[in-house]
Design a protein around this ligand. Structure first.
Ligand SMILES: Nc1ncnc2c1ncn2[C@@H]1O[C@H](COP(=O)(O)OP(=O)(O)OP(=O)(O)O)[C@@H](O)[C@H]1O
Ligand SMILES: [Mg+2]
Length: 193
């Protein structure tokens, strides 16, 4: 560690962002499993790319199959998962991209860590706010069913807590907002002058 010096580079974060004609950010979606994070993330990325933006989507399951495949779901491993994702998101912001992340990210302290790694200015916290009962009713991956049968341990909302964000930049209530309306409320926030 002591022999490392970060190199001063001629091409800066600002010049990369300017070339892409956009303000790089991380749109951090948090919410219960089945709340609609991946659905909204996917629709949001489609909207942004269709309007000429440069994006990248980091989605929970995809990251857990690659970068974080050595990690499980203990509190410690969830923390490490979020730490790695935050560092990757920070690099992509430096590259000039609009990053969308789609992780349950149930713990307040991990979201605080993400915000501090990424930086206050670039970090947009979006709570995909769907009641547990509705997530369980949707159960798009059959995971709640398995968790209730005891086949999955430490499942968020069942036997592992979800700490509701206290001051998210945007709340998307999927019970009374369509996917398109949810996407629009996020766009409205990031386009606000
Ligand atoms: N207004 C809405 N917004 C988003 N999703 C909705 C909405 N209404 C219904 N849904 C449905 O809810 C489900 C959400 O599943 P999705 O995979 O997006 O959840 P997730 O939050 O990514 O879960 P996980 O954390 O397990 O990956 C989908 O089947 C989607 O079609
Ligand atoms: Mg998902």
């Amino acid at each position: 560690m002591h022999n490392l010096t970060s190199h001063i580079l001629a091409t800066t974060a600002e010049s990369r962002a300017r070339q892409k004609n956009q303000t790089p950010r991380v749109i951090w979606l948090t919410g219960l499993s089945g709340s609609g994070k991946s659905t909204i993330a996917n629709a949001l990325e489609q909207r942004l790319t269709a309007t000429g933006h440069h994006t990248y989507l980091l989605d929970g399951d995809n990251v857990r199959l690659g970068l974080c495949k050595d990690l499980g779901f203990s509190d410690q491993d969830r923390e490490e998962n979020i730490r790695r994702v935050s560092e990757v998101a920070r690099l992509f912001v430096d590259a000039g991209l609009i990053v969308i992340t789609s992780f349950i990210s149930p713990f307040e302290k991990d979201r605080v860590l993400a915000r501090s790694v990424i930086g206050d200015k670039a970090f947009v916290e979006v709570h995909i706010d769907t009641p547990l009962a509705e997530c369980e009713r949707r159960d798009p991956k059959g995971l709640y069913h398995k968790a209730r049968q005891g086949q999955i341990k430490q499942f968020t909302g069942i036997d592992s807590p979800y700490e509701v964000p206290r001051h998210p930049h945007v709340s998307v209530m999927t019970m009374n907002q369509t996917v398109e309306a949810g996407v629009q409320s996020i766009i409205d926030h990031i386009e606000r002058p």
